[in-house]
Ligand binder design. Structure first.
Ligand code: 5GP
Ligand code: MG
Length: 177
């Protein structure tokens, strides 16, 4: 397996800090903003963003969780079908600006499933998307509002996102199989 380091811990922290500032700017503060992390690694990323936003704005947006998995865990296979398992939203979904947070954006199918689930539950004012890595290969008309890093990949490559709170190390690595 060949590996290329795309981001180190400092690079991840800087990207999250920039995205936090962009979220605050675009929404003119974080009044009525709530973050929703897509499990697994979208959740610690959403919590990190909430912490950084609190340091800047003095107000911590609530963080919810969406558990969405793919039918196939072979990430190099396109056209997978995501299924929504569980939603934990500690806030009312009406009249709130939702920032969906995930580690990697690929075909867009997971985000589409997340949008369906959120719209079923309530009437958010808007839904925006933040991802640490956009690796391309979209199969749906979906794009991220906030991107840590755009990484053009081949379909045989996989982006390994490792976060200190979940993994023993913090880095983003491109792996080719
Ligand atoms: P999509 O549904 O857009 O095809 O894939 C996005 C979902 O699959 C995200 O939840 C993301 O965590 C996962 N995913 C897709 N490709 C990769 C990848 O290269 N690396 C990692 N870590 N996750 C990926
Ligand atoms: Mg995922």
């Amino acid at each position: 397996v060949e590996k290329t380091t795309l981001m180190d811990a400092q690079g991840i922290q800087r990207a999250l800090t920039r995205i936090a500032h962009e979220i605050i700017e675009k929404n003119k503060g974080v009044q009525a903003v709530a973050l929703v992390g897509i499990r697994t690694r979208g959740v610690p990323l959403a919590i990190r963003l909430a912490e950084i936003i609190e340091k800047i704005e003095g107000r911590r947006p609530p963080v919810g969780v969406l558990d969405i998995t793919l039918y196939r865990d072979d990430l190099s296979t396109l056209s997978h079908q995501p299924i929504v398992h569980e939603t934990k939203l500690p806030f009312v979904l009406d009249d709130v600006k939702i920032i969906l947070v995930d580690d990697v954006l690929f075909t867009g199918r997971t985000v589409r499933a997340a949008l369906d689930a959120l719209i079923d539950i309530g009437r958010p004012t808007s839904i925006q998307l933040a991802v640490l890595i956009d690796r391309g290969h979209r199969e749906l008309p979906i794009r991220a509002d906030y991107v840590g890093k755009n990484v053009p990949t081949s379909k045989r490559e996989v982006v390994s996102v490792q976060l200190a709170s979940v993994d023993s190390i913090e880095q983003v690595v491109l792996q080719e199989f």
